[in-house]
Design a protein around this ligand. Structure first.
Ligand code: PEP
Ligand code: MN
Length: 309
């Protein structure tokens, strides 16, 4: 585990007890004692066989570069929605690292709802991201949109993000199942928890056991926020699976002012990490500026996630 990983202020007691049980089945597994799945979900064996806690009583630890996710400490990944220039990603890397982030995020291939919106700078941006990661010492996470790009993105990134819109892109999942890097699987905006875990099952059953789940908000009747962040779902998924679960409060709320409270709430329900959009100048961002923190706001949030003295 990265020595700088955070211990959130409000850890569920279950996560504080009995950390790091014996390693399991060749995979690096450890972590906290977690309550058994609710009885109602145990009437039948879980259809997500390999993801279920019955199949692996311990916790899976996912290694992204030198950072371990799923140990019980909160891993913070931060950076811009889109990589817009070499200078922008290098500056962001420097500032989020100084604030205590453990990983750098940045989009090179962007899944945009409108084809007329900024689509990302692709291969060029991947190179800048890898460079910024090396310079700052932060492992990097970025999205891969299609099976043909998996090799290229895997050469540059430490963690391969499957975006919400691609959660059920089975050709992409099958390809990532044989990739040499861990996968960050976002929950689809309309996916049930079972569908999300079955999507993870494609990766696990295809041979990639290094999978992190990411709750990023789902679509509900509520329109006051971009999405409805399903934090109870995070607590439930932590009971159902041995895989680490992180939370994206940026897409989960769509509002800058909600990112800090949602981050603290995510830590309190037992999330293993956070994925937070940070831009040097959010009002100039080419995508998702309204939900991005500036580096100062991010540094303040990190302070509130520091352990109590
Ligand atoms: C992103 O992380 O920038 C992104 C596009 O997220 P999502 O797939 O959750 O919409
Ligand atoms: Mn975004």
């Amino acid at each position: 585990m990265s020595p700088r990983a955070l211990r959130p202020q409000a850890r569920p007691t279950a996560r504080l007890a009995g950390r790091r049980p014996p390693r399991h089945g060749g995979q690096s597994r450890g972590g906290a004692v977690v309550p058994s799945p609710p009885a109602v979900l145990l009437k039948q064996a879980a259809p997500f066989r390999l993801a279920s806690r019955e199949s692996h009583p311990g916790r899976t630890i996912v290694n992204a570069g030198a950072v371990a996710i799923g140990t019980g400490d909160l891993v913070v990944m931060a950076g811009p929605c889109s990589i817009e220039s070499r200078q922008q990603i290098r500056e962001t890397a420097r500032r989020v690292k100084a604030a205590g982030a453990h990983m750098l995020r940045g989009g090179a291939y962007k899944p945009r709802t409108s084809p007329y919106d900024f689509q990302g700078l692709g291969r060029k941006a991947l190179g800048w991201l890898a460079e910024a990661g090396r310079e700052s010492g932060l492992p990097v996470v970025t999205e891969v949109l299609s099976p043909e790009d998996v090799d290229l993105v895997a050469e540059h990134a430490d963690l391969l993000q499957v975006g919400a819109r691609n959660m059920q892109n089975y050709a992409l999942l099958r390809r990532l199942a044989t990739a040499p890097k861990p996968v960050l699987l976002k929950r689809g905006p309309s996916a049930t928890i079972q569908e999300w875990l079955l999507a993870a099952e494609y990766l696990l059953s295809g041979g990639n056991h290094q999978v992190v789940l990411c709750e990023r908000g789902i679509r509900t009747f509520e329109t006051a926020m971009r999405n409805t962040l399903d934090l109870a779902g995070v607590a439930l998924v932590k009971q159902l699976t041995h895989l680490p679960v992180i939370v994206d409060p940026s897409h989960g709320t769509g509002k800058r002012a909600l990112v800090a409270p949602a981050s603290r709430a995510a830590a309190a329900v037992g999330a293993d990490g956070l994925l937070i959009e940070v831009h040097p100048c959010p009002r100039r961002a080419l995508s998702d500026g309204e939900q991005s923190l500036n580096p100062g706001e991010f540094a303040e949030l990190m302070q509130t996630l520091q352990p109590r003295a």
